[in-house]
Write a protein of this length. Sequence first.
Length: 254
Amino acid sequence: MNRREREIVLTEDEAKREIRRRTRRDFLIGGLAAAAAIGGYEWMASIQTEDGTPKLERRVMDLNGRLAHGYLSDSHSMPSYSLSDVRWLKPNGNVGLEQPLDPDWQLTLMTGHGPPLELGLADIRALPRIEMITNFCCIEGWNTVAHWTGARFSDFTGKYFPPGERLPPYVYMNTPDQTYYVGLDTKSALHPQTLLAYEKDGKPLTPEHGAPLRLVIPVKYGIKNIKRIGLIQYTDKKSGDYWAEEGYDWFAGL
């Protein structure tokens, strides 16, 4: 037989007092919780930063980057598309492109072995020609299919990095005016879909899309696809990165 609890009946005044008591209690608890959340956020924001981001947040992003780096392989490729899938590509951002293109543009290559090399577009075009139709994903949330032509960065590395030397774990690139720069892990840079691109839609790159030479790396967000490359440097040090210093993920992988 079930035990029945005695029903509690409150008068109207007693009910109002109980409601007021519970309202004050809930308000106090909610206020304390909000204060704790704000205090925690302010504490995180006030602690030492790294690349403009609280260290704790940066550590989480770096952990995610290491996990993504471990997952990445040459067989982990982004989907390919047909020419009929190609759409307009928004020329997002002009940092590093503000000045007119120097007609005497050259690419500086620093391998860490011997003096820097100065290369022209003809040197890049002399490498095996690769066409690729892949998805371009912007960190703002939009994406579109784009058609690129260029040389694989792995072929470029095989041609110009000294044979037999240990390949450093990072690659740094910047624009000729050094205002835009990206840092890459070498594993991603050597991915078969990473191109030093000099054509878009079968035509030479336009200035807004990074003429004469840009990076196309489908396994990364667009912020890593640097335009108008002026310098490529292989380095043992994790290099600076424009958007990582603005609080974004350094790895920026898809």
